[in-house]
Design a protein around this ligand. Structure first.
Ligand SMILES: NC(=O)c1ccc[n+]([C@@H]2O[C@H](COP(=O)([O-])OP(=O)(O)OC[C@H]3O[C@@H](n4cnc5c(N)ncnc54)[C@H](O)[C@@H]3O)[C@@H](O)[C@H]2O)c1
Length: 278
């Protein structure tokens, strides 16, 4: 059911690759709730992904390619978006992540440092660039909302998450530092949402994804949060009902982060034990 929560709001959504992407589901939900937006992704993703299909489904939204590591691309994206949307905007979703070290299966004790810097640039520094360019071009309306997506590996160790853990820690830190500035100068809020493991291209690219997806599900009293429920949460964060929430890393994980152990996980271990006894 739609509530018109975003009627009259305009924004930019980064990172919709295919129908599993968190950004894809968010775009559909924002459209359903009356918001208008420009879709963007890296030029290479334009060729590989299906973003134009999504654009059509969302009231013929415009698609503008931009590499989120390029200040020039972001400037161009914002200038064109302002023209298309008719002025300043109200929301930005940064749904971007990629680690060449993870993708190429490099061991954490054998990282390629150039790739490490690329991980940080794509997955964290790009968030600073997105906000710095927005500030310089005075892109945001007062009481706007900016969201990036994070993962709990920023705070706890997940061996195969590798250098993405450092990228997420930096991303969350940038949300706090830039959040202060955006709030003080523009009354714009900046938050990260720390999402459960989710079956997407980025998620399943991490070795052992199936295992920690299942582990998290059993350790979360509500179960893993899906991409669709994440989209709902993002819509609420873009709406006027969350105007005083800023500089936060918001856990969207079915209770995982505050669970020590759960009966579901105990039963699972007991089952594994019983199997061993047989
Ligand atoms: N899937 C999960 O388990 C999970 C859990 C927590 C957080 N997240 C985060 O959610 C966000 C979205 O990921 P997703 O799971 O929807 O996967 P996804 O693979 O669908 O999305 C990642 C997007 O990043 C884009 N991207 C990569 N390099 C880029 C660049 N240089 N410029 C612009 N865009 C670029 C890709 O094209 C893709 O659209 C990421 O930040 C990811 O780390 C994912």
């Amino acid at each position: 059911m739609a509530y018109n929560l975003l009627k009259g709001k305009r924004g930019i959504i980064f990172g919709a690759l295919d129908e599993k992407s968190i950004a894809w589901l968010t775009a559909e939900k924002v459209h359903e709730e009356g918001g208008q937006f420009v879709l963007t992704n890296a030029p290479i993703a334009m060729r590989m992904g299906k973003i134009h299909e999504l654009a059509e489904r969302c009231g013929n939204s415009q698609v503008i390619p931009a590499d989120a590591t390029s200040v020039e691309d972001i400037e161009n994206l914002y200038k064109e978006s302002s023209e298309i949307l008719g002025g300043k905007i109200d929301f930005i979703l940064h749904s971007i992540g990629m680690s060449p070290n993870v993708r190429k299966g490099r061991d954490y004790g054998d990282l390629n440092y150039e790739w490490f810097l690329k991980t940080l640039d794509i997955s964290a520094l790009s968030f600073h660039k997105v906000m710095q360019v927005a500030e310089k071009l005075d892109l945001m309306n007062e009481w706007g909302s900016i969201i990036a997506l994070s993962y709990i590996a920023s705070q706890r160790t997940y061996p195969d998450y590798s250098d993405m853990a450092q990228a997420k820690a930096m991303l969350e830190s940038i949300a706090r530092s830039y959040g202060y500035r955006m709030a003080r100068d523009k009354k714009v809020r900046v938050n990260t949402i720390s999402q459960s493991p989710t079956v997407t291209t980025a998620g399943t690219g991490v070795t052992g994804f199936d295992i920690f997806h299942e582990f998290a599900d059993k350790m979360s009293p509500l179960g893993n949060a899906t991409a669709a429920s994440c989209a709902d949460y993002i819509v609420s964060m873009f709406s006027d009902f969350t105007r005083m929430v800023t500089m936060q890393n918001l856990m969207h994980d079915g209770g995982f982060s505050n669970s020590g152990i759960t009966y579901e996980f105990i039963d699972y271990l007991k089952g594994a034990e019983a199997k061993q006894d047989r």
